[in-house]
Design a binder for this molecule. Structure first.
Ligand SMILES: [Zn+2]
Length: 401
């Protein structure tokens, strides 16, 4: 006679109500640290309860290798190509139009993002609607408006000049519900590959201190080395883009454990899509030169022992290519496993979520990507062969059949 527990497990194969334990059988499981061959991951109440030898019934995913759901720490999910709604109502329309970006991000096996800058708090709305199950998408940690210096136009809600205004805008973002602060510490974005420092060291320090005082972390964007030097010394938790960093800045990042998010691949996207994006003829020359310097800086930082996290800086039509950054990481000298760690464990640590995200261990949230092949032998497997994705115990993508 069947014991009640195994009877329950049998019923669970057919229909598994929320919170009931369910097991998934993989050819291999890379849990963030080591590989389990022919192993099961058991999930209950949205969390992992066991990883290891299979016992009892399990969903057959034995064609695949399980890895932790990946974390993209630099996205712009609300950047849509076209939003023709009247200006005053654009934010509401943006949330609607962002749904496909969220969906395509999940398709990559990315179950968590740090979204670094949006308008009209569309990112906060999107985060909350995803959390409530109204929209399919990755778990979001959002920045609200990214702080900028005056750019010679009418001030926008993110404009801040001087320490007092920086403090006000940081506190406004936190008050609005931001999880993290984003600051644009230099010029450079899209077709513009200049990297002139914008905020001063004092302004960056004020922003970092104000964010930290409120229990938030801060990401500082800088295309060039001057902004990077000051961002690191000011206490940025991560430095975004940051080409041509000098040895002293890199050494300081190692000492402070500052994360480097080089976002090399986003300029590759701009080169590939210069026409549709309306970039001027010849823009690719500057972009390609920037990519070369970006990759070289990543090599140097990697050799020095800087911690990396994977950020795509994904916008517009780039969604679905979020994890191509991992290919650049391998080109910069990482093993596939190191690259995967940047996209899992390191991302979780940058978010302060290392106890819930980034690894497949009992007690962690059940965020899993099933890939076809061995991602530790070939990083392209993790980039292009995601077949099944679970987020918080729910299957959100299934191309396994
Ligand atoms: Zn960005």
């Amino acid at each position: 006679m069947l014991k009640p527990a195994s009877l329950l497990a049998l019923i669970c194969i057919v229909f598994c109500p929320d919170g009931r334990a369910a097991s998934y059988h993989f050819a291999a499981v890379w849990d963030g640290a080591k590989v389990w061959k022919d192993a099961c991951v058991t999930v209950e109440g949205g969390r992992i309860t066991a990883v290891g030898t299979c016992s009892g019934p399990a969903t057959d995913l034995t064609r695949y290798t399980a890895i932790p759901g990946m974390i993209d720490v630099h996205t712009h999910l609300t950047y849509v190509m076209e939003n023709r709604v009247a200006q005053a109502a654009r934010g509401a329309a943006t949330v609607f139009l962002s749904q496909s970006n969220a969906r395509k991000t999940l398709e990559c096996g990315v179950t968590t993002v740090r979204d670094l800058g949006a308008s009209d708090y569309a990112d906060i709305a999107l985060r909350d609607l995803i959390a409530q199950g109204q929209i399919a998408g990755p778990r979001m940690f959002v920045a609200g408006y990214g702080l900028m210096v005056t750019r010679g136009r009418t001030p926008t809600p993110n404009t801040a000049d001087g320490v007092a205004e920086v403090l006000r805008v940081v506190r406004q973002q936190v008050g609005a519900g931001a999880d993290v602060i984003k600051m644009y510490g230099s010029t450079g974005s899209g077709r513009d590959v200049t990297g002139f420092q914008t905020f001063t060291f004092e302004e960056m320090k004020a922003a970092a201190d104000a964010a930290h005082a409120l229990g938030k972390r801060i990401a500082i964007h800088t295309y060039g080395p001057d902004g990077a030097r000051d961002a690191v010394r000011a206490g940025a938790d991560s430095v975004e883009h940051a080409t041509d960093m000098d040895d002293a800045t890199i050494a300081e990042m190692v000492r402070r454990k500052t994360f480097y998010v080089p976002t090399i691949d986003h300029n590759r996207y701009y080169v590939d899509n210069a026409g549709p994006l309306g970039f001027p003829a010849g823009a690719a020359v500057g972009l390609n030169a920037y990519i070369g310097r970006n990759l070289e800086t990543a090599r140097k930082a990697l050799r020095a022992g800087v911690r990396f996290a994977m950020g795509s800086d994904v916008v517009y039509t780039m969604f679905g290519e979020n994890t191509r950054e991992l290919g650049w990481f391998v080109k910069a000298g990482m093993t596939p496993e190191q690259a995967l760690r940047a996209a899992t464990i390191n991302g979780a640590e940058l978010l302060g979520m290392q106890d819930s995200l980034g690894a497949l261990r009992p007690g962690m949230l059940a965020d899993i990507a099933a890939v076809e092949g061995d991602p530790l032998a070939d990083i392209e497997v993790a980039i292009r062969k995601v077949r099944w994705v679970m987020k918080g115990g729910e299957i959100v993508i299934d191309h396994s059949k």
